[in-house]
Write a protein that binds this ligand. Structure first.
Ligand SMILES: C[S@@+](CC[C@H](N)C(=O)[O-])C[C@H]1O[C@@H](n2cnc3c(N)ncnc32)[C@H](O)[C@@H]1O
Length: 227
């Protein structure tokens, strides 16, 4: 509670009271919607988890907070896709919200990669409950460090909600570039909060074109396409 009040005061100082109030209103609304969407599916994906297991604690790897339901749908509405051809990957899938939402579309395959064991297990539980609503028949959660995991050569839609930065982000981006070079194809990246690290740390313009940038409750979501 004290941290929350401190954050609000800090934000009022940097962004002014009107913008802070608008943001708080949007976030509260998003949280209520998220709890309702979770309840409708019988899953639990909304609670933030900041404690990583000690063996994986790495300051470059960020804690779990789920992408807002509306942000996912907003981004997907701006993508021209042939669902049956798309293989979707959520890097840092946490409790599985984005994998569940992607699997509710008739995509060819949906994969989530998460390195925290307790989040991976929470994701598996959520998927087991939500599975009856899936339109995608091939859905998988993988317990792995994204830097060590080889991107399948047919993966076409990659989702990131600011999961890591620094050397971890650089290695994952290098793996994606290599995968595209080895198996040439068009890859689209949906990135929530790209302004935080991705656009500052990665020379993405060399291999990606930014197609869309949209305002969302997290701030921004952008869509990039491989050149
Ligand atoms: C901000 S959360 C996003 C969760 C989910 N993708 C979503 O959008 O709802 C970031 C997630 O990335 C995971 N993560 C961080 N570093 C990772 C790594 N090196 N490999 C796999 N997962 C990682 C965290 O445990 C966390 O669950």
């Amino acid at each position: 509670m004290i941290t929350l009040a401190g954050n609000i005061i800090k934000r009022i100082r940097t962004e002014g009271p009107a913008k802070t109030f608008r943001l708080m209103k949007a976030r509260s609304r998003a949280l209520v919607c998220a709890l309702m969407e979770d309840q409708r599916r019988g899953v639990s994906t909304s609670r933030i988890v900041k404690d990583q297991e000690p063996e994986i604690a790495d300051p470059h790897c960020h804690y779990y907070a789920a992408t807002d339901y509306e942000t996912f749908h907003l981004a997907m509405q701006h993508l021209e896709i042939n669902p049956a051809k798309e293989v979707f990957v959520d890097f840092g899938s946490g409790k599985g919200r984005i994998v569940i939402l992607a699997a509710e579309l008739p995509l060819r395959r949906v994969i989530g990669v998460e390195f925290s064991r307790h989040l991976h297990l929470a994701g598996l539980e959520n998927l087991a409950v939500a599975r009856s609503q899936f339109k995608c028949a091939d859905v998988e959660l993988i317990h792995a460090d994204a830097t060590q995991w080889e991107l399948p050569g047919d993966a076409t839609l990659l989702f990131f909600f600011n999961p890591f930065d620094g050397a971890v982000l650089a290695k994952v981006c290098e793996n994606i570039r290599r995968s595209i070079a080895e198996s040439p194809r068009t890859v689209r990246i949906i990135y929530v909060r790209p302004d935080k690290f991705f656009e500052k740390e990665i020379a993405w313009q060399e291999w990606l074109t930014k197609k869309v940038e949209l305002a969302c409750v997290e701030g921004k979501v952008a869509i990039y396409e491989s050149k």
